[in-house]
Design a protein around this ligand. Structure first.
Ligand code: NAD
Length: 343
């Protein structure tokens, strides 16, 4: 690819597109050449808000793909539109960075992966919570073998989130729209992939969502690690962070992470008595080569791979393993039995 800027068409100018346009504005080798939305006024509003007077706007993605010939498409549409937007962009020779979740079904996810393979283009998902400095500090601690091989990872996610909008009517709202972040984080933290899941999903009394605002799931992961998840989007009070509250247990110690800067751990300094003697762990800082920076950090990595080759960490053929945890949970909850995760 040449030294000139990467030309980007952003599709879907709703709430999240602001984070994308803000991130793109900080990258001096990305030019937003067009903005698409089914609602023409939303595209115009984003163009004015981000002072993108050079960008064309419209409701017809294919027309703008043909006229502008962008290098990349940023897909910020709703989950049901991700596969159509992605495959259309790939067919027009574009690399795609898309919002999570990768797709609204495993079949659609596989169709997008196949389209990326055929087009020989990158398709990556903005799994931005991986690019949080604190999860990278946690990962660095676990990589140092501070608590030995991991045995279990537990995540609690409790928020009273009054969104309105498309989420209010969405089926499996917690699992499909939010748990993807927590499940993906569990893969990053554990370094393991899912094998089996048993899940119970329900919509508690008083829920302001139409379906599935609560879920509990138990995953068997590779290396014999067990990952448990308890989540609710209609829990008023005593909320966790968006990143969840975590307990990670290894053969020689345990670590707690509050989803923010609070990481605490202990490892065995002497065993032999009823309870082992424990010593507090020293928690590492971020390091310069950590993948951090949220949306901007991930977009930076994607653009670098588009320009120079290689794949970003959140490339879709890896991210589909996190999505499989979502759909495995949904299938388990619907069928009332444990499900083998279909990778
Ligand atoms: N990464 C995160 O932390 C995070 C946070 C919130 C939302 N999201 C994800 O971002 C995506 C968008 O969420 P949002 O809150 O911005 O939704 P939104 O409803 O505010 O915006 C979506 C926009 O896409 C447009 N759109 C829908 N289908 C389209 C199509 N086929 N072509 C062109 N435009 C189309 C809609 O008109 C709307 O303006 C979702 O996938 C959501 O899960 C991610």
């Amino acid at each position: 690819m040449s030294d000139s800027s990467v030309r980007a068409l952003l599709v879907g100018c709703g709430g999240m597109s602001g984070a994308w346009l803000g991130a793109a504005a900080t990258l001096d080798d990305v030019e937003i050449v067009g903005l698409v939305d089914l609602d023409a006024d939303r595209a115009l509003a984003r163009r004015d808000e981000y002072e993108l007077s050079q960008a064309q706007t419209g409701t017809d993605m294919v027309r703008l793909l043909e006229e502008l010939r962008p290098d990349v498409v940023f897909d910020c549409t709703v989950p049901e539109a991700h596969t159509h937007v992605t495959t259309t962009a790939l067919e027009h020779g574009c690399h795609v960075l898309g919002e999570k979740p990768l797709a609204d079904s495993m079949a659609n996810a596989r169709a997008s992966l196949e389209a990326a393979r055929k087009a020989n283009r990158i398709y990556a998902v903005i799994q931005n919570r991986r690019y949080d400095p604190n999860i990278r500090r946690l990962r660095r601690l676990l990589d140092s073998d501070a608590i030995g091989p991991l045995t279990s990872v537990d995540a609690d996610f409790y928020l009273g989130a009054h969104f309105g909008g498309f989420r209010a009517q969405m089926d499996h709202v917690l699992l499909l729209d939010m748990a993807i972040h927590t499940f993906d984080a569990a893969r990053l933290i554990s370094g393991a992939d899912p094998v089996r899941v048993y899940c119970r999903e329900w919509n508690s009394s008083g829920s302001w969502f139409a379906h599935g605002a609560n879920a509990v799931a138990v995953f068997e992961m590779t290396d014999g690690i067990v990952f448990t998840y308890r989540g609710s989007w209609c829990a008023e009070g005593m909320n966790t962070t968006w990143e969840s509250d975590w307990r990670i247990v290894g053969e020689r110690g345990s670590v707690l992470w509050d989803g923010g800067e609070g990481i605490h751990g202990e490892s065995v300094s002497q065993s032999g008595d009823f309870r082992s003697e424990m010593s507090p762990l020293t928690i590492p800082d971020s390091a310069p080569d950590d993948r951090i920076g949220h949306h901007t950090g991930l977009m930076r990595e994607f653009i670098d791979r588009v320009r120079h080759g290689g794949e970003p960490e959140t490339v879709a053929h890896d991210n589909i393993k996190s999505l499989a945890m979502v759909f495995g949970s949904i299938d388990s909850a619907s069928e009332g039995r444990e499900i083998a995760i279909d990778l």
